[in-house]
Design a protein around this ligand. Structure first.
Ligand SMILES: [Zn+2]
Ligand SMILES: [Zn+2]
Length: 366
């Protein structure tokens, strides 16, 4: 095989039941090629600063959600071909920013595409213009023009038996006057399969999140693609509580000029298992017949980097709950809270530490 990727990490997460940390499996050095039949595979592709996720459904159909910057296009097509992808059935542009649609231009030129999903909001940029031109000259597997679908909340499909895909946002009228309307109007979609669920949030910010709450969208998911490359405006505690993901993925370029992911976001995620494309490379998640989520990463996160970027402790914001007996304190959403009669509430982690309490694993992360 041409490809020289080294697949170093294999982690099995039991979606139903235990916490992820209790189920690490032995590492493997085999590189996954095409996913096994009847498995759902989601690959968060490392394309530098931007987003790109390939979904391969159990029946072999494919969805590509975003494609990074234009200069990543060839690399993206190569990665897809190395994975045995011969066509994209649904090509999704979550919003018209260049770090999401740029690389899709080369994909549209190189592979047959069944349908293009776009929010179709008025947006002027050379990259978006090139994207629309590429859509116009793209071809479906049978040589026709791909359907261009203006995507809104309510769109749902069953791309494979027992797999449901639902669009949660945007909805009419699109948001306007926010810090970034393209970000806030991103396509937000969820995939539910036997054994697990994925939530893709594009780059939504505060206003986009609020809109999801207004319609009581089903946000709970096992895997969260963290919004806006881990920017502070992409995530807050209320949103994380609603999604309550076991695994979070940050799609981000190393040493990017925006400082993504932000420290505030990392602090909020410190009691979750986090994967980052700048550290782990391509991140492959697979749900097979055993209904376990298997995660394979291209490389290990460098230990020095992990420590250097670990937020200083205690960074937890908000109240914590102490155990009067063990003098250990927990996050309020920790799965191992002490009995109510032993609980002591502190306004902050700092206050708990001053009182001689030390953090539980749910505070420190893994
Ligand atoms: Zn954006
Ligand atoms: Zn972005």
């Amino acid at each position: 095989m041409r490809c020289s990727l080294h697949w170093l990490t294999l982690v099995l997460l039991l979606i139903a039941g235990c916490a992820p940390s209790s189920n690490p499996s032995a590492p493997t050095a085999t590189e996954p090629a095409a996913p096994p039949k009847n498995a759902l595979q989601v690959v968060f592709l490392d394309i530098g600063q931007g987003d790109s996720a390939l979904v391969v459904f159990p029946n072999g159909k494919t969805m590509l959600i975003d494609g990074g910057e234009t200069d990543q296009g060839r690399r993206l097509v190569q990665k897809l071909q190395q994975r045995g992808v011969k066509q994209i059935d649904w090509l999704v542009a979550t919003h018209p920013h260049s770090d999401h649609i740029g690389g899709l231009i080369q994909v549209l030129k190189s592979l047959p595409v069944g349908e293009v999903w776009d929010i179709a909001m008025p947006y002027e940029s050379p990259v978006y213009r090139d994207f629309l031109l590429a859509v116009r000259s793209a071809k479906t597997p049978d040589g026709k023009r791909p359907a261009f679908r203006k995507v809104r909340r309510g769109l749902a499909l069953e791309p494979a038996p027992n797999v449901r895909l639902s669009v949660l946002a945007p909805r009419e009228p699109l948001l306007s006057g926010t810090r970034s309307d393209p970000n806030n109007n991103s396509i937000v979609l969820r995939i539910d399969a036997p054994g697990g669920s994925f939530l893709f949030t594009g780059d939504i910010e505060r206003e986009g999140r609020r809109r999801l709450y207004e319609v009581r969208a089903n946000l709970r998911a096992d895997v969260l693609k963290v919004s806006h490359h881990g920017a502070a405006n992409g995530t807050d505690r209320a949103f994380l509580n609603r999604v309550n993901p076991r695994v979070a993925v940050i799609s981000v370029g190393a040493n990017n000029r925006y400082g993504h992911p932000h420290r505030e976001t990392l602090a909020l995620l410190q009691d979750r298992r986090v994967y980052r494309t700048d550290w782990h490379g391509d991140i492959v998640m697979q749900l097979g017949a055993d209904k376990k989520l298997q995660v394979v990463t291209e490389r290990h996160a460098p230990a020095q980097l992990r420590e250097a970027q670990q937020p200083a402790k205690p960074t937890l914001t908000g109240a914590v709950i102490g155990n009067r007996n063990s003098k250990v304190y927990h996050t309020p959403d920790c799965g191992q809270l002490p009995k109510p009669e032993n609980q002591k509430r502190f306004r902050s982690a700092q206050e708990a530490e001053k009182a001689g309490y030390r953090p539980h694993a749910c505070v420190e992360g893994e």
